[in-house]
Design a protein around this ligand. Structure first.
Ligand SMILES: Nc1ncnc2c1ncn2[C@@H]1O[C@H](COP(=O)(O)OP(=O)(O)OP(=O)(O)O)[C@@H](O)[C@H]1O
Length: 622
């Protein structure tokens, strides 16, 4: 019997899917277990490992219909196109279809022997009374073969893409008595796996097929933006090297189509535009992609990128899920993702063809603080699904903390990812910055701890993205913004914008306040002996002790904050005037020295001095 199933699977693999062999033993075993039947199946394999085949081949092998739950209509469309190209009858029922289209699908489902082999639906659709009637009708005819849940981590409130509608699937499954479930994901910690099994009511013993998360063909590195003089130049070089283009080549002559392509992930729509235009102006053809662009422009951009007319797409996370492009040679994160699982999934879009590809994460501490702030904000709303706001915030921050630790601690990046997913540490074999050059990784981490910056301070501001300078216009494009179950339209309304602006102001205020308070606490005012100013100290009257318990280091830090606030203002105001812009460093530093000295002179107590600095910084920011 086993041999027969094995032969049948190999035959279908070749004749229907056109593949000579299974990608891995795991893929073969999962497919055969499903065809054999009788058990619920859990599949966890990295992006690009060929999970879809684990349910598509069994669906073809059976006479009835397989229901596939998928979180995104766009994702379903990609799958449908792929299946139609293979002549596999597949359909969808979703809210965006016309009455005519629905009628055609319903007509087929109502036949004695429907043609449809795979029916893709959203979790919302599965919960509708109309779909429950269809299910009952097909169940009566014993025509439902499998209940497939793709992107099954969406069921977990502790996963990075929680979708409340996925929670209803457990109830829906009661209508599918005796129908095996196949749950698939690329990213699941043991906690998330537990949630998937519980919520989908997978029956023990579940047949589990779990691959290691290690992707040996991906080279991971971390770059501290603050240590760079020109981060955009670094991005350009990284893009060209990853695409195997000589840095000195005449870029107009490059045949980009043969070189593969790359993705740069940015948090905000504005930074997508900025990154794309900077790269393009440096000779690397790039286009932005985000939910703020109209649908036809997005489709055009995606097609240009898919077909090799544009080398780089600078996108928010709304781009990428379900995009099956083999030759993505690099994925750069221009800003920090919100979770380790998210980072793994997004960076994993590189190198689906198994060839060497590169994943770079650009990091700043400011960005880290921004994301932590956003995570707290996001999870404030109480959840109907049980988990308290605090618990969700804690879980989100924990996952984020793992990512931050991976970045800030010089260590093997692959091992850090493996640890997060509770896998054994892999044999990295110089496939990350730390393992290939530990000295440099240690030095960079040390410099960033010490607050060293790129050699030209002014350029530091020049290098910052618009997002870092100001508004934090966060893109919530993934799932049309419905990730937390709230439907948002693609276009911002004024209310949203105002709310974000307020949130940003509050964040900045809190960050500044915390930073000053932290500095004071760190230095344990009054308990430390007074340390004289060093030779490079810029403070006026630096060794004066007229304000008791106020240390030189604290004053220097306050001066630095004043300078940063001024420089931010200056660079915004003179963004288009390079001559004035270049004077920024000199001007701001001089003004900051004077301002700090004035505050120092007018306050007799350390806490009043601190409050005055805080007020001043806030006023400058306005
Ligand atoms: N046995 C095989 N031999 C050759 N190619 C395969 C095989 N199985 C799958 N593929 C191809 O690998 C690519 C990735 O497969 P698939 O989209 O199923 O990956 P996935 O694991 O679902 O990734 P993601 O998590 O990104 O959706 C597809 O182009 C698919 O046709």
């Amino acid at each position: 019997m086993d041999d027969r199933i094995s032969d049948q699977c190999s035959e279908l693999l070749k004749s229907v899917f056109g593949h000579d062999e299974f990608r891995s033993d795991l893929q073969r075993n999962a497919v055969e277990a499903a065809v054999r039947g009788g058990v619920d199946i859990f599949v966890s394999m990295p992006t690009g490992a060929g999970k879809s085949l684990c349910y598509q081949l069994p669906a073809v092998a059976k006479r009835g219909i397989t229901f596939v739950i998928s979180p995104l209509i766009a994702l379903m469309q990609d799958q449908l196109e792929h299946l139609q190209a293979l002549n596999i009858p597949a359909n969808t029922l979703n809210s965006k279809m016309s009455a005519e289209e629905r009628k055609a699908v319903m007509y087929d489902l109502n036949r004695e022997r429907p043609h449809t082999k795979l029916l893709y639906i959203t979790p919302e659709q599965a919960a509708t009374s109309g779909f429950i009637s269809i299910t009952e009708m097909l169940m009566k005819k014993k025509l439902v073969e499998f209940f497939v849940v793709d992107e099954a981590h969406c069921v977990s409130q502790w996963g990075h893409d929680f979708r409340p509608d996925y929670l209803k699937l457990g109830t829906y499954r009661k209508k599918l008595l005796g129908v095996p479930c196949i749950a698939l994901t690329a990213t699941a910690t043991p906690h998330v796996v537990g949630d998937i099994k519980n919520s989908l009511k997978l029956k023990a013993p579940v047949a589990s097929f779990k691959a290691t998360c290690f992707r040996p063909n991906l080279f991971y590195d971390v770059v501290f933006k603050d240590l760079l003089n020109d981060p955009y130049e670094d991005l350009r070089r990284f893009s060209l090297k990853s695409l195997d283009v000589d840095l000195k080549a005449d870029l107009k002559e490059v045949d980009w189509n043969t070189k593969g392509c790359g993705i740069v992930y940015c948090r905000t729509r504005e930074s997508c535009g900025e990154v794309a235009s900077r790269l393009t102006s440096k000779g690397v053809p790039a286009k932005p992609y985000h939910a703020g662009l109209n649908a036809s422009l997005r489709t055009e951009t995606q097609t240009d990128w898919m077909e090799g007319r544009v080398a780089v797409i600078a996108a928010t996370i709304s781009f990428g899920m379900g995009v099956d492009k083999a030759n993505v040679r690099f994925v750069a994160h221009w800003t920090l993702p919100k979770s380790m699982a998210g980072y793994y999934q997004e960076s994993g879009r590189a190198g689906r063809d198994g060839r060497r590809s590169f994943c770079r994460l650009y990091y700043t501490k400011d960005d880290r603080n921004t994301v932590a702030f956003l995570l707290r904000k996001e999870n404030i709303r109480p959840s109907k699904e049980g988990a308290s706001a605090e618990a969700r915030t804690k879980a989100a921050l924990q996952s984020f903390e793992c990512l931050v630790t991976m970045v800030e601690t010089p260590q093997c990046r692959h091992a850090a990812i493996a640890r997060y997913f509770c896998d054994d540490p892999p044999f990295c074999s110089k496939s990350c910055d730390f393992c290939s050059n530990p000295k440099k990784a240690l030095l960079d981490a040390d410099n960033i701890q010490k607050g060293v910056y790129g050699s030209m301070h002014a350029k530091r501001y020049q290098g910052k993205t618009a997002m870092e300078r100001d508004n934090g216009d966060v893109d919530e494009g993934l799932y049309g913004g419905g990730k937390r179950g709230t439907k948002r339209s693609d276009d911002d309304d004024d209310g949203n914008r105002r709310q974000r602006q307020e949130a940003n102001e509050e964040r900045e205020k809190r960050q500044r306040h915390n930073e000053i308070a932290k500095e004071f606490k760190k230095r344990k005012i009054g308990e430390e002996p007074f340390e004289e100013a060093g030779p490079d100290c810029l403070l006026r009257d630096a060794n004066s002790r007229r304000v008791p318990k106020l240390m030189v280091k604290t004053r220097e830090h306050c001066m630095q904050m004043l300078e940063t606030a001024m420089a931010d203002n200056f660079s915004k105001f003179y963004a288009g005037d390079f001559e004035k812009y270049n004077l920024c460093e000199v001007h701001c530093r001089a003004c900051a020295i004077e301002e700090e000295y004035s505050i120092f002179q007018h306050n007799r107590f350390a806490n009043l001095y601190r409050t005055s600095v805080f007020k001043k910084v806030t006023a400058i920011k306005k």
